[in-house]
Design a protein. Sequence first.
Length: 445
Amino acid sequence: MVLEKLGESLRETLQKIASSLFVDEKLVNELVKDMQRALLQADVNVKLVLDLTNKIKARILKEETPGGLTKKEHLIRIVYDELTQFLGKDVRALTEAKPTIVMLVGLFGNGKTTTCAKLAKYYSKRGKRVALLSTDIWRPAALAQLQQLGKQIQIPVFGDAQLKDALAIYKKFEPELQKYELVIVDTAGRDALSQELVDELNALNGYVKAQERLLVMSGDIGQAAQKQAEMFHQSCNITGVIMTRLDGTAKGGGALTACSVTQAPVMFIGTGEKVDDLDVFDPKRFVGRLLGMGDIEALLEKAKEAFSEEKAEDISERLMKGEFSLIDLYEQMEALSTMGPIGKVMELVPGFSQVKLPKEALQVQEGKLKKWRYIMDSCTKDELNDPEMISAGRIDRIAKGSGCSPSDIRELLKQYKTGKKLVKMLKGGPKKAESMMKRLGVSLR
Ligand SMILES: Nc1nc2c(ncn2[C@@H]2O[C@H](COP(=O)(O)OP(=O)(O)OP(=O)(O)O)[C@@H](O)[C@H]2O)c(=O)[nH]1
Ligand SMILES: [Mg+2]
């Protein structure tokens, strides 16, 4: 696996935490030191290692462990969060255009031509009409190499070995290329990023205006990756990175560094010489594997609680505006019965992470929840949105419809009022909420 050693060290470090009785500053320092060592050994750039570990440390020391998570789980979650942040978070798809033009750039021998063919196969398998274009006028037989690969994967290859200007080659085939959905352009490399190469790439791209400019970098170039990525980024404004040769003993951290300095995510990794040896790079899965996926999955599941994060965010926004309906109440209750999303919502509302709310205030038994569901099913939409309008007459009607007693309905309405009170408190700010909490005490229930 890529960065096997890094993963091993990180898992060891986390294991240390797991077996410690207390998580104190000393242990956190140790964790940070271990992580630094592991990342540096994997060739990740020194400054980035410091930035990353400082961020992790600051968060660990500052953030309170959310309810439902152990301190250890919280630490792992922070490490996971920051590592995925560092690597670009989500899988990035190609920009859509007609046609989408993808230009692969990089130094000699980093795997551009091979990767062109890998990408062509990958996207054609997914239904895109793909063409390959060679604009490499430097490498002898560059066109022949691409043609041979193209034949193997049955993708048309355009190029003209007679022309000695990359842009002229592109222009010659431009009308033809418009017929494709995806055009992958192989460019020439150099030993180092020279002005000549920069001028050549700029002249070509100034006209082509490729939607994607992907830097192809070998995983084994170590710390040199940082400088290379920076230079390519400055001259070509890189939109993504493809790391090759991650099948060998490459430590890979150098190339990982690239995505951070260019702010362009690693999109694919090359894991061999064959056209199928290409993997989509999924930062979350990757980090998950580094840290031991089983743990992470279970942890994130737990942290997600019964709510999705977006939903919690959405609700917290509405709560802050003072909007609160019976449906909100029900969702809160339902989720609370499993884990405690009010806590999650509170975390998301700035300033509230410190306020202690009596969780029991909103906790109800499952049986009651079921009843409430029936009651709500018998309510009209207006009643759900504005429960204050539920008069005695309406209570009787709902009782008949739901098969519940009027007192059940009154209880639900009472709970709604309590919830609404809570929301008002939230709106008043953390200080007010706390003082009101004190005043109300357990009577909130
Ligand atoms: N093991 C392994 N070898 C790879 C990978 N990608 C490319 N290669 C090999 O690296 C060598 C160089 O690859 P090319 O695709 O020719 O590199 P290039 O960037 O086009 O090189 P120039 O055209 O000289 O600039 C070839 O022998 C490839 O087979 C990979 O992911 N793993
Ligand atoms: Mg090449």
